[in-house]
Design a protein around this ligand. Structure first.
Ligand code: ARG
Ligand code: ZN
Length: 890
């Protein structure tokens, strides 16, 4: 447990270490309660740094011995959690022996046990929980690792790089020795010692080398790793084709583990994954699971170059690898979807992927950027780095890279990437290095102002207004930008904002754009560069009043403010040539209706809104996947942030009324969709099929919400007959989100069918934790969550279970969590404190559910504040939770 008052670490305080490490020779005698770790490292003086001692961090370690060049060191001190050792000369051999207890390690950081096997997680600062080390990403060393363990319990012994030796030892033990030829920071170290089996594949890389790919899982899961393996092969090909980047090792391993704090980890040559992002077969995984497996496998694989070969100088630079790698995995997924969809469907498939990404950004990042945790994609300070693996660093970071890609163009971006690797391969660098190299590769393209995206927090607003002048056929578009103040950052400078613009004519077709001063009209979509507080753009040759379509493709991570009446939104829903904006028009219209209904319990859903939805629903020319996106209501978290003050109960009531109205009024249309799009035959993971299943599932949701008898009957039938998880779970979700008497039996049947499958049970937990109350008599979600907490399949020690049950309740069910009696808030305190004692990272994630409490109604604020204070006062609180709650109250 860390100290209660964790110090704040400042980016500006970065200094290179006086001593770094060249080679590390690690020996592990693995034992569940007492693992002995012998670490021999060659430490070398860093001539570029100020003189000082060798600094080694350590945490939760029992130190057995420490020698320098074979002798007891002359001077050793402890300072700020690190050992300081005075040494002379230019290089010394430090040997440190530590003992750790993997079984007692419930934090899942460092070396821990999962189902009898040994696993590690070192990013960000887990390596110091294994041995004493200068545990910073700017210390890059070559590792040799020897693992020794009981052969029956741990037949498989893995670490980074290449296997160079293995053999038997007395007393039923064995060993394996691994060598990683590439220098790496300690956060990329990994070991696995467990009873696993592998799916193997041999592939040839672009330069003609044969490499071995392995996906390691428990024997019972071998029938669900094919998709992960395919995804790995596709990722390798894509990185070769798109960036000329090749796998640099002879062997690449992926290991799946059931207890894991995050999604996955890009350890060099030995990626370790949460089982959730590896295992998939039709009977247990949904289309979304398949998609996620593909993108997370790609993400971790892509890190091999953007993260591992070129890494971060310090943790403030995290977005250097994460924003860039998320951008790369988004591009990869879009390409994969487009390829599968074929030439006809490619554009729509890309748009649907883009919409998914925008949804995530709006639901998770916008609220973060508007609350007490708001930080630039490159933060200036932190108390606990694990709290900064955020939607801002990852998703907004990816948006910033996307804007660079937009500004420089595909080729300019690629040239910049090539130069980046040629300069920095094997180094630990900064975001400035990245942006500078992008500029250099593009004839000195000016990116000075662009750097502000790395420096400023908060979601910028772009206010747009347009005036058409009938007399001279001009259209004047005024764009004004502003970024709201965020904690510690009161004054904001104007940013470089690429705004993709189109003008739609009365016939629904785009007008060819011609800016004043240009000889002739060009493309129908133009990227305007907004760099000042206010800028005016004058289009000429516009013969009739156009409807502007702004921020096409979501060209910048901003909130667009534009006055549009209902008729205009309906017009853009029907005609906008940009699918993202068409979707956005539907979202804006739905938002407007939701907020109006939330403000007035007696208000009804306007007919014109339902009609606009009907038009979209019945537009057979539109890809079903797109329709499923456009007809789904905006996320509740996003809407709450748009509401002032945020009133979850009122919003929930509005959404229930909307679901019911859209379900009942459009019942015949939804039924026809189900009829027409229903698929027969064996399941295959394919975007076309997935889109049809998504739209059918959405239809069932609306029909069930409205209590339509034939819809409910359809859902029951589909639930019973489903041959794959997407359809079975879709039907179940529809039933659970209704007043149907069939819901209890369906939940039970689902449970019984999948009772031995941890990942499917996570879906079962989440569905119940997220259930809305459709009738007055219905059970509050909290009562159900409490029952499920003592379900034998639930465990507070398994992050997936916590995220499924508690995470869903706290973060995805605001209407129930924020019950007026405060019961949800009191429950939150209990759970955050219970979790914090085992796993601070997971506890901190749950703690974040209340950070935006000041946006709520006064009554809710009065309920929440004392609960936040209770947590902050809890004895032995981790730095992780203390930072979140402290900032929430601050
Ligand atoms: N680098 C990993 C990824 O994005 C995330 C691991 C972070 N883990 C942590 N405990 N902070 O792929
Ligand atoms: Zn990552």
């Amino acid at each position: 447990m860390k100290t209660e008052h964790a110090p704040t670490i400042q980016r500006a305080d970065y200094r290179p270490l006086s001593w770094t490490v060249e080679t590390v020779d690690l020996h592990f005698r693995l034992d569940a309660e007492a693992t002995l770790v012998t670490n021999r490292m060659r430490c070398v003086r860093n001539r570029d740094a100020a003189e000082g001692p060798i600094r080694l961090w350590g945490e939760a370690l029992e130190r057995v011995s420490l020698t320098v060049d074979g002798a007891a060191p002359t001077a050793v001190r402890e300072a700020d959690g690190a050992l300081e050792i005075d040494a002379s000369g230019d290089a010394v051999l430090v040997e440190v022996v530590t003992r750790v207890n993997p079984r007692a390690n419930t934090t899942l950081s460092g070396l821990y046990l999962s189902n009898g096997g040994f696993f590690t997680q070192c990013e960000a600062e887990g390596f110091r929980r294994i041995t004493c080390f200068p545990d910073r990403p700017d210390v890059m060393a070559r590792y040799t690792v020897t693992l020794e363990a009981d052969r029956a319990a741990c037949p498989v012994l893995l670490s980074n790089g290449n296997l160079v030796e293995e053999g038997l030892l007395p007393e039923g033990r064995h060993y394996a020795k691994w060598e990683d030829p590439f220098p790496k920071p300690s956060y990329l170290f990994a070991l696995v010692a467990a009873k696993l089996v592998a799916l193997e594949r041999r592939v040839t890389t672009m330069s003609g080398r044969e490499v071995l790919l392995q996906v390691w899982v428990e024997a019972g899961n071998l029938d669900r790793v094919e998709h992960a393996m395919d995804s790995l092969v596709h990722s390798m090909r894509w990185d070769e084709e798109s960036f000329g980047l090749e796998l640099d090792l002879d062997r690449f391993m992926i290991v799946a583990v059931a207890d894991f704090n995050m999604g996955a980890m890009e350890n060099k040559g030995l990626n370790i994954f949460n089982t959730k992002f590896i295992l998939a077969k039709p009977d247990t995984a949904t289309d979304l699971d398949y998609e996620n497996v593909e993108s997370v496998v790609a993400h971790e694989y892509f890190h091999n170059w953007t993260g591992n070969r070129v890494t971060c100088r310090d943790w403030f630079q995290l977005t250097l690898k994460e924003g860039l790698t998320v951008f790369r995995d988004q591009q990869f997924s879009a390409d994969m979807l487009a390829r599968a969809a074929g030439p006809e469907g490619a554009a729509s498939a890309r748009a649907v992927k883009r919409i998914d990404d925008v949804r995530v950004l709006r639901a998770a990042q916008f609220p973060e950027d508007g609350g007490p945790m708001a930080h630039p994609i490159r933060p200036d300070s932190y108390q606990e780095i694990n709290n900064f693996y955020t939607a801002t660093v990852y998703e907004k970071g990816a948006e910033v890279i996307r804007m660079l890609h937009t500004l420089l163009g595909q080729e300019g971006f690629r040239n910049g990437m090539d130069l980046y690797f040629s300069y920095f391969d094997g180094q630990a660098v900064t975001c400035d290095d990245f942006v500078e190299v992008m500029s250099e590769a593009n004839n000195g393209f000016d990116l000075d102002q662009f750097m502000r995206w790395y420096e400023q927090a908060g979601t910028p607003r772009v206010k747009a207004s347009g005036v058409w002048n009938a007399a001279d056929g001009s259209y004047t578009l005024t764009l004004a930008q502003s970024t709201p103040a965020t904690p510690g950052q009161h004054v904001k400078q104007p940013l470089v904002i690429p705004v993709a613009v189109g003008l739609i004519g009365a016939d629904g077709r785009d007008v060819a754009l011609r800016l004043e001063g240009e000889a002739q009209a060009g493309a129908c979509t133009r990227v305007l560069k907004l760099t000042e507080d206010v800028q005016v753009f004058r289009f000429v040759g516009v013969s009739a009043e156009p409807v502007p379509s702004l921020l096409r493709g979501f060209s910048a991570p901003v909130i667009l403010e534009l006055d549009e009446d209902d008729a205009r939104l309906a017009f853009r829903m029907a005609h906008d040539a940009d699918p993202c904006n068409r979707w956005d028009a539907a979202q804006r219209y739905a938002e407007r209706v939701a907020l109006a209904l939330a403000a007035d319990p007696a208000a009804v859903v306007p007919e014109a809104f339902v009609a606009a939805f009907r038009t979209l629903l019945n537009d057979g020319a539109l890809d079903p996947a797109f329709r499923a996106q456009a007809l789904a209501l905006p996320g509740e978290a996003y809407l709450l942030e748009r509401m002032s003050p945020a009133d979850p109960a009122a919003l929930r009531s509005a959404l229930v009324r909307m679901m019911r109205a859209l379900g009942a009024t459009l019942a015949a249309d939804w039924l026809e969709v189900v009829e027409r799009l229903q698929l027969a035959g064996a399941y295959r993971y394919h975007p076309g099929d997935a889109g049809r299943r998504a739209l059918v599932n959405l239809a069932l949701r609306y029909l069930a919400a409205a209590g339509m008898a034939d819809g409910l009957a359809l859902a029951e039938a589909r639930f019973a007959d489903a041959t794959n998880m997407t359809e079975r779970f879709g039907a179940l979700a529809a039933l659970v989100q209704s007043t149907s008497p069939a819901r209890a039996a369906a939940l039970q049947a689902f449970h019984d069918r999948h009772r031995d499958d941890a990942l499917v049970l996570d879906k079962w937990f989440a569905l119940q934790a997220g259930a809305w109350r459709w009738g007055d008599a219905a059970e509050p979600a909290l009562a159900r969550v409490r029952v499920l907490l003592s379900d034998p399949a639930f465990s507070l020690s398994n992050p997936n279970k916590v995220y499924a049950l508690l995470g869903t309740f706290f973060r995805a069910n605001p209407g129930e969590f924020h019950a007026a009696d405060g019961s949800g808030h009191a429950f939150w305190v209990e759970q955050v404190i219970a979790l914090d004692a085992r796993n601070p990272q997971v506890a901190a994630r749950m703690a974040r559910a209340l950070e935006n409490w000041r946006h709520f109604t006064p009554a809710l604020q009065a309920s929440i504040r004392p609960q936040l204070e209770r947590v902050l006062a809890a004895p032995g609180l981790s730095a992780d939770v203390a930072e979140i709650v402290g900032k929430a109250l601050g």
